[in-house]
Design a protein around this ligand. Structure first.
Ligand code: ATP
Ligand code: MG
Length: 353
């Protein structure tokens, strides 16, 4: 629906970053790496084109250009850039437009290119769709599916705790997203946290920010850390090698936090406030793994949490295994609608930081 109020001209901005400017941008403002080309008209893979159409000089047959969007408001701000709610002028369709600065190092660029290629591949209903990627003036803009109820952070802010039946429904969707990433795309998300689990009014929960955004965020964290290590598995925060199972630890931490209404580790001095990085490192690596209090939660829920939050990654279940865990199965045929819960909440209007 169009608002009567005139909309501001779309303006992209990202936090200032001091990273070495790389030399992968061509003079024409095209981001090129091997067979991948990205410019203000969109992204194209030359290898695919060679198979279907041999013309390498073909114009981008993109249906999107930044000029086709009008901005409605800023809906979020992360370490990688700003997220705006935008409307496509011709179709009226709403999208979330995420802008990421691209003056970055070679190694990070390689990862981004890899992820852009993955983004072009198969989609899943449990992953936020990246409709398009555009490059303009040193900024990559991702045209994302708009999730109108914000993130799990926004939901928990309002409801304080989420009851087990709803958690089971949330978990099942996140696990299906993780199965897609781990088993089909063969990627580790690396940044499962409440702000990367987005919700819409239908009660759908989708994973976002793997790939380009995650890489860009971690890049931002290198110099000025603004993200969070809260959900990071012990092997990761400790700098050891890690695999898909590190996402399972993070999922367990997110779900436990949603159930108890606070971050599972508290400060050693029992004072209020966030843990410093070193307190967190000490807690995650040296303290026993957090668990769900059995006097407050069902045995199935407690077992589910302990199947995720195990300090030894090998003892954690995989996403596929967790999908058939008794906690997920228990509520499967009960027609639990997470949409009913989120419908009672206020939609986020301002960016939550
Ligand atoms: P960090 O940068 O530390 O990872 P973050 O995940 O909060 O933190 P962003 O990914 O930039 O940072 O997102 C900022 C906020 O924008 C999110 O918390 C969410 O509220 C909102 N947001 C992001 N993508 C979408 C989307 N596709 N639909 C609706 N809201 C979104
Ligand atoms: Mg995010």
């Amino acid at each position: 629906m169009r608002s009567a109020k005139p909309l501001k001209q779309l303006k992209l901005s990202v936090p200032a970053q001091e990273a070495p400017v790389s030399n992968f941008l061509t003079a024409s403002g095209t981001f090129q790496d091997g067979d991948l080309l990205l410019n203000q008209k969109g992204l194209r893979l030359l290898s695919e084109e060679k198979q279907s159409q041999p013309s390498e000089t073909k114009e981008f047959d993109s249906e999107f250009s930044l000029a086709d969007f009008e901005t409605i408001r800023v809906i979020g701000k992360g370490s990688g850039g700003v997220v705006q709610l935008v409307r496509h002028k011709w179709t009226g369709q709403l999208y979330a437009l995420k802008a990421i600065q691209m003056n970055i190092q070679e190694t990070i660029r390689k990862q981004i290119v890899q992820e852009l290629k993955i983004n072009q591949g198969s989609q899943s209903p449990y992953i936020v769709v990246c409709h398009h990627s555009l490059y303009h003036n040193g900024i990559i803009s991702l045209v994302l599916e708009y999730m109108d109820r914000g993130s799990l952070t926004d939901v928990v802010k309002q409801v304080k705790t989420i009851l087990e039946p709803y958690l089971a429904v949330v978990c099942k969707q996140v696990l299906q997203g993780l199965v897609h990433l781990h088993n089909e795309r063969r990627v580790i998300h690396r940044d499962i946290k409440p702000s990367n689990l987005l919700v819409n009014q239908k009660g759908e929960v989708k994973i976002t920010d793997f790939g380009v955004s995650a890489v860009a965020s971690s890049m931002g964290q290198r110099d000025t850390f603004v993200g969070t290590y809260n959900y990071m598995a012990p092997e990761r925060i400790n700098g050891k090698s890690y695999d898909y199972k590190s996402d399972i630890w993070s999922l367990g931490m997110v779900i436990l936090e949603c159930a108890i209404g606070s971050f599972p580790y508290s400060r050693p001095d029992q004072e209020e406030g966030n843990l410093s990085f070193y307190e967190l490192l000490e807690a995650i690596v040296d303290q026993p793994a957090p668990s769900a209090p059995p006097d407050q939660f069902s045995p199935e829920f407690c077992s589910f949490i302990s199947s995720c939050i195990q300090k030894d990654p090998q003892k954690r279940l995989s996403a596929v295994e967790l999908l058939s865990h008794p906690f997920i199965k228990k509520f499967e045929n009960q027609d639990i609608d997470f949409g009913i819960l989120v419908a009672t909440l206020e939609a986020p209007t301002n960016f939550p930081r």
